[in-house]
Design a protein around this ligand. Structure first.
Ligand code: PAZ
Length: 314
């Protein structure tokens, strides 16, 4: 199925995205005028509804950690970042608060406890890198270098990816696509969905899932043909990982695939080009220190993108 029919059959409504698309276009043209590099980072999973008045969804595991951490490292490398994330998944900078309860960082003085006093203080000793995180967040926001746009459904994701790619076209090879979102390969078309909640009294449930149209070819050949495109390949079986990653490079003709295995993804990734496979690892000490593998990954990608942008070897 082509994308146009996919949008038509799945309730695509262009007005729904006009505000987001306007912001994306302004962001792209501002950074183009300032001769900046920009990256679109996609992050999180997709929700696949089972009913048209959806009660149940098919979900996936993605937390958004990869995308949110990567966005921070792209910002520290000087890129403007469009962060296209699944509603409710992790976001740059605020991700650091998700491990605990943010209320544990806040205190009120004893004499305020039974009154209406609004004097709330932050106990920064409980989070030593708090000031660095808050400062980095405000620096990026104040400089207009971080635009966050959320999606929920598969249709939202593809519509906003298409609009962003078209807006980023004018940046040519200065644009990077870093597609870390875990997008479902299967869905139920709106025309095949039951309107009301599926009843368990009808017995075991059989579902026929359709294949999501492949949109990467359109991105690489039409929407943003000069951009530097990085995709991800996640598998649970190491034996097929490299073949799948190389297969994607051959099929779509883009620049990089980052291969990862589900349970190793926080400390091991492989950067795959047609010519080489480069493993990036966090040592045991780095894992104990809670370093991000994304720091190494984004450094590697930025070096490759600089070469690509200058027309030298990737
Ligand atoms: O979001 P997260 O940090 O929990 O996981 C990251 C990831 C595994 C979703 C990402 O690295 C990835 O491989 N995304 C593409 C998945 C795929 O469609 O193959």
């Amino acid at each position: 199925m082509d994308l146009e029919s996919f949008f038509k059959d799945n309730g695509y409504c262009p007005n729904k995205y006009s505000k987001d698309i306007g912001e994306i276009q302004t962001f792209a043209s501002t950074h183009y005028a300032q001769k900046n590099k920009i990256v679109l980072v996609t992050s999180g999973g997709t929700a696949i509804p089972l009913e048209s008045q959806a009660v149940r969804y098919i979900e996936n595991f993605s937390s958004g950690h990869r995308g949110a951490a990567s966005a921070e490292y792209f910002l520290s490398e000087g890129y403007g970042v469009i962060f296209l994330y699944r509603q409710g998944s992790l976001r740059p900078y605020s991700r650091h608060f998700k491990a605990g309860n943010v209320l544990d960082l806040l205190t009120i003085s004893k004499d305020c406890r039974n009154g209406t006093c609004s004097n709330v203080q932050v106990d920064a000793t409980k989070m030593p890198d708090l000031a660095t995180i808050v400062q980095a967040y405000h620096t990026s926001k104040d400089a207009g270098r971080l635009l966050e746009v959320s999606y929920h459904s598969l249709v939202d994701y593809i519509a906003l990816l298409k609009a962003s790619s078209e807006a980023m076209h004018l940046l040519g090879s200065s644009a990077v696509f870093y597609l870390a979102a875990a997008v479902s390969d299967f869905y139920i078309p709106l025309t095949h969905m039951q309107k009301h909640k599926i009843q368990s009294s009808s017995g075991p449930l059989e579902l026929a899932l359709h294949q999501v149209p492949k949109f990467l070819r359109a991105l690489v050949t039409k929407w943003s043909p000069q951009a530097f495109v990085v995709t991800f390949k996640l598998e649970t079986d190491e034996a097929i990982l490299m073949d799948k990653a190389l297969g994607a490079l051959t099929k779509y003709g883009h620049q990089l695939v980052i291969a990862n295995i589900l349970h190793e993804r926080r400390y091991r990734v492989v950067v795959v080009t047609k010519e080489e496979q480069k493993e990036l690892l966090l040592s045991d000490d780095e894992q104990k220190e809670k370093k991000d593998i994304e720091q190494k990954l984004i450094r590697d990608i930025c070096i490759r993108h600089t070469h690509y942008n200058k027309g030298t070897e990737v």
